[in-house]
Design a protein around this ligand. Structure first.
Ligand code: NAP
Length: 258
């Protein structure tokens, strides 16, 4: 999967967690990585780490829920690296709140951060893909929403399932630009965001996973790398679950019998 060498890649949410893993893995393969996030400190630190390891990376401060901000990100990347070959639309938030407490504003906020952002980033990249005659989009969805449920994440799950609904038609509309779009569906991946949910949550999750560990950010990054590679040229509109088998057990007894 060395075909991403010298390709210009945007990783939204590339400053932390899964996005940082994606940015690092692509940089190790020789890609030119644009890390996009709102906070400067983490973005700068991630870029410094990648550069110190011998990779090529820059950062751009961007709010992916804002159209003007997203357009500036794409224009800046194209100017800096000469193209936008690959978009990893990964940025997202997962505040936990049950429906009974959820406000209409909470709903709108997560739709904007996780779902509208997917549409905005893909739309803004189309002229770049058209110019290059090819392109790749990799979405970070989730098992939560498309496959599973968890109290407090109805709004979040709706955004993650929504990304897949968007993807299937986008795959058809991007095909004339020789561009593919696919999604990685992570299970529970150890990140700063997930760590903030507390040790009890992390331990109970690890116990419910057949491979008995939370995922590493590289586990997701490697799947994203595959979708972005030449080897995956004929795959579009598809999703892959990367969850250590978490969605397989039929019941808690099934796990206990392992
Ligand atoms: P994280 O550690 O909290 O990192 C989130 C990243 O997104 C940060 O770089 C953050 O930077 C950026 N971000 C958030 N809102 C943004 C916005 N409006 N504009 C630009 N950047 C924004 O989260 P993570 O766990 O890596 O999650 C990354 C993605 O994986 C999300 O889409 C999430 O739904 C998905 N996912 C995660 C897991 C998991 O177990 N961790 C499981 C399934 C799916 P700033 O805050 O500085 O902007």
């Amino acid at each position: 999967m060395s075909s991403v060498k010298n390709k210009a890649v945007i990783v939204t949410g590339g400053s932390k967690g899964i996005g940082k893993g994606i940015a690092s893995v692509f940089a190790k393969q020789g890609a030119k990585v644009m890390v996009a996030a709102r906070g400067e400190a983490a973005a700068k630190e991630t870029v410094e780490e990648i550069v110190q390891a011998g990779g090529i990376a820059e950062y751009f401060l961007c709010d992916v829920s804002n159209w003007d901000s997203v357009q500036k990100l794409i224009a800046h990347t194209s100017k800096t690296f000469g193209a936008v070959d690959i978009l990893c639309a990964n940025a997202g938030t997962f505040p936990q709140k049950k429906i009974v407490d959820l406000t209409p504003d909470d709903w709108d906020d997560i739709m904007a951060a996780n779902l509208k952002s997917t549409f905005l980033c893909v739309k803004a990249c189309i002229p770049e893909f058209e110019k290059a005659g090819k392109g790749r989009v990799v979405l970070t969805s989730s098992i939560t929403g498309p496959i599973t449920g968890y109290p407090g994440w109805a709004h979040y799950g709706a955004t993650k399932a929504g990304q897949l609904g968007f993807m299937r038609t986008a795959a058809m509309e991007l095909a004339p630009y020789n561009t593919t779009i696919n999604a990685v569906m992570p299970g529970n991946i150890y990140t700063e965001g997930l760590a903030s949910l507390g040790e009890e949550y992390l331990n109970s999750m690890a116990a419910a996973i057949p491979l008995k560990r939370l995922g590493a950010t590289e586990d997701i990054a490697n799947a994203a790398l595959f979708f972005a590679s030449d080897e995956a040229a004929y795959i579009t509109g598809q999703q892959i679950v990367v969850d250590g088998g978490q969605t397989l057990p039929e019941s808690m007894d099934a796990i206990a019998e392992m």
